[in-house]
Design a protein around this ligand. Structure first.
Ligand code: SAH
Length: 268
């Protein structure tokens, strides 16, 4: 029977900023696949017999492709009961987690995400900065200057279709929140996930769209609303992407070489 893969956040790099859950998993680990940014101090928590594999690909030093990492993870889960995939910060932030989850789902392997402290939180703490401010900063934007599409930030920063919105304090009137988001330019079919009591034993997750977000009324507080393509149940998102690429490929096959060049720029 296939094992389980823990997709674990290592935090910003200090062992005492690791979560207790991450530390417990590392202490029990038989095999750990980690990124470059994870320091030796954290890997030292693993038992001496653990197999520790650096799968990092930093600054152009592509030791392994993402496909190879995915394949290795799937292979390890076939051999070991538990596999730790250790990523810096929080695994859900700029960590290619989407591709890894898709590979695991495709192979029918169970996985669990263990969150970590993301670099933005650590950097704000280091610099004595508050990332939001009741009077002067109601939004926090997390953005990368490097993406697989090789697009500049100007092309993505104000594009709501390429943005994930993590909305704190979204209730209790979810209908109003949805209306405001739609009035701000989001499509009513945009996927949403309402997560109540995240990480607690009474956690509840509901996948909706902005059109039916009012159904979240009554969900227990505290809750967080995640809005954007990534909030669709994983396979739905993947299938939509595949359908889009298939459509683009069909269009490209009917057009000239310049058109092909354009298409390449929108592939991940
Ligand atoms: N998943 C990670 C981000 C991975 S992308 C997270 O949640 O933090 C890698 C980038 O994160 C680095 O290039 C740098 O910009 C930032 N980063 C990671 N650790 C950091 C640290 N300790 N201090 C400052 N920036 C850091």
């Amino acid at each position: 029977m296939a094992g389980k893969v823990y997709l674990v956040g290592a935090g910003p790099g200090a062992a005492d900023l690791l979560t207790l859950r991450a530390a417990a998993l590392l202490r029990e680990a038989r095999v750990v696949l980690h990124d470059d940014l994870v320091p030796a101090e954290i890997l030292a928590l693993c038992p001496p017999a653990a197999e520790i594999i650096n799968v990092g690909k930093r600054c152009g030093r592509h030791s392994r492709t993402q496909e190879q990492i995915n394949a290795l993870m799937v292979w390890c889960a076939g051999v070991h009961e538990t596999v730790v995939r250790l990523k810096s910060g929080d695994p859900t932030v700029f960590g290619r987690l989407g591709e890894e989850m898709e590979a695991l789902q495709r192979a029918g392997i169970a996985f669990e995400i263990v969150p970590g402290i993301t670099a933005a939180s650590a950097a704000a703490a280091a610099a004595n900065i508050t990332l939001t401010h009741r009077r002067s900063a109601s939004a926090l934007v997390t953005i990368t200057a490097h993406n697989a599409r090789d697009e500049g930030m100007a092309q993505t920063i104000f594009d709501p279709l390429r943005t994930t919105f993590a909305i704190y304090m979204p209730g209790p009137d979810y209908g109003r929140t949805a209306r405001e988001l739609i009035d701000s330019g989001l499509e009513s079919k945009t996927p949403c996930a309402v997560v109540s009591n995240a990480g607690r034993t009474n956690q509840e997750v509901r996948h909706l769209t902005l059109a039916d977000l009012n159904k979240a009324r009554g969900i227990a507080a505290p809750a967080l609303l995640i809005v954007g393509k990534v909030a669709a149940p994983a396979f739905q998102a993947e299938q939509e992407e595949q359908a889009l690429f298939a459509h683009q490929a069909t269009q490209a096959s009917h057009s000239d070489a310049d058109r092909m060049g354009d298409m390449r720029t929108v592939q991940p």
